[in-house]
Design a protein around this ligand. Structure first.
Ligand code: TXA
Ligand code: MG
Length: 304
């Protein structure tokens, strides 16, 4: 299959919508990372997402819709997650909630779970596609399963080229880190995946037995070994710097965590494609957005 990259425009969205309605997944930018979107009501179309990504079938997908009201056609939102939705949608927040029997969403989307992950995205390209298709879109990050997420069209092409028909290109994603995932359980908010948003009153669910099935130890993995908290490059290492530690390239020379989040996956891609056999990353403070960045880095460095 030939993969075409076309700039975001009305004509491109019309093409993308036709492909989606014909059952094909297409790549489209969101404010966090590029997504690989397919018709969430069409099980075969969703199966093509898993196929293109080489994704284990137990790992469920996020469904994207235009409004809170649209989300409530798919899931039951408890009072706490509803408040969070009102505060942060459209934006980089995903809510896992009990699925409605009449949602119309193919069960393969949530890999058989009785919950569904929903998100109202902000990016104009993703919103234009949602409007043009008129159905909820299931969309994981647009990268081969377990590998580095895509924050630019050429990352998608590198990872999924030949396996999808179209990439809608609107330049680099402004956020760069996948959405914060929350759920409401027993009257409390839990964080299932750390992300760009800090949610007041929410506790991290890690360590408990609860599902964020995509939160496997090894994830976002480059093809080479990655060393964390490096103050300088050892022999053969491509050092990704931060703040005072310069490296071959820097997440943010000024130590700005927002800039670091936006450049993280791009620099991992660059390091992965460099001639150096190994990658190292300078320490990133574990506060605020830094916690989400370090979460991604730990998984990228984990033994596979
Ligand atoms: O920012 C984002 O969230 C991006 C853009 C494209 O929207 N999407 C994204 O999707 O990161 P993906 O598929 O790479 O990650 C989805 C995560 C996985 O960790 C998955 O296990 C979890 O959401 N998830 C999905 N449905 C779930 C459910 N019903 N219960 C618990 N976790 C769920
Ligand atoms: Mg992903």
């Amino acid at each position: 299959m030939q993969t075409r990259t076309l700039p975001f425009s009305d004509a491109t969205i019309a093409k993308a919508a036709r492909l989606v309605l014909d059952g094909s997944p297409v790549a489209v930018p969101t404010e966090t990372v590029y997504g690989l979107a397919a018709d969430g009501t069409n099980a075969e179309a969703v199966a093509r997402i898993y196929e293109a990504k080489g994704r284990p079938s137990f790992n469920p997908l996020i469904v994207h819709v235009l409004t809170i009201a649209d989300a409530e056609k798919l899931v039951y939102l408890g009072p706490l997650v509803r408040q969070a939705a009102e505060a942060h949608w459209p934006g980089p927040l995903t809510i896992v909630a009990p699925r409605r029997a009449d949602s119309g969403i193919a069960s393969i989307v949530s890999a058989g779970l009785d919950t569904l992950a929903v998100r109202v995205p902000q990016h104009p390209a993703m919103r234009a596609l949602l409007e043009a298709v008129g159905r909820p879109l299931a969309a994981p990050s647009a990268n081969a399963s377990g590998s580095i997420s895509s924050t630019r069209a050429d990352h998608v092409l590198h990872s999924l080229g030949g396996r999808i028909p179209l990439i809608v290109d609107d330049g680099p994603c402004s956020g760069g880190i996948e959405s914060t995932i929350i759920a409401e359980r027993d009257g409390a908010l839990q964080i299932l995946r750390s992300g760009p948003l800090e949610i007041a009153g929410a506790a991290s669910a890690s360590g408990s037995a609860i599902e964020a099935p995509g939160q496997m130890a090894s994830h976002y993995a480059p093809s080479k070994p990655l060393r964390l908290n490096a103050n300088s490059a050892l022999d053969g290492e491509y050092l990704i710097g931060f703040g005072d530690i310069a490296g071959a390239a820097s997440l943010s020379p000024t130590g700005d965590l927002v800039e670091a989040a936006a450049s993280l996956f791009d620099l991992l891609h660059r390091a992965d494609r460099a001639d150096n056999p190994r990658i190292a990353v300078a320490p990133v403070p574990d506060t605020g957005l830094g916690a989400a960045i370090n979460d991604r880095l730990r998984r990228a460095a984990a033994p596979r």
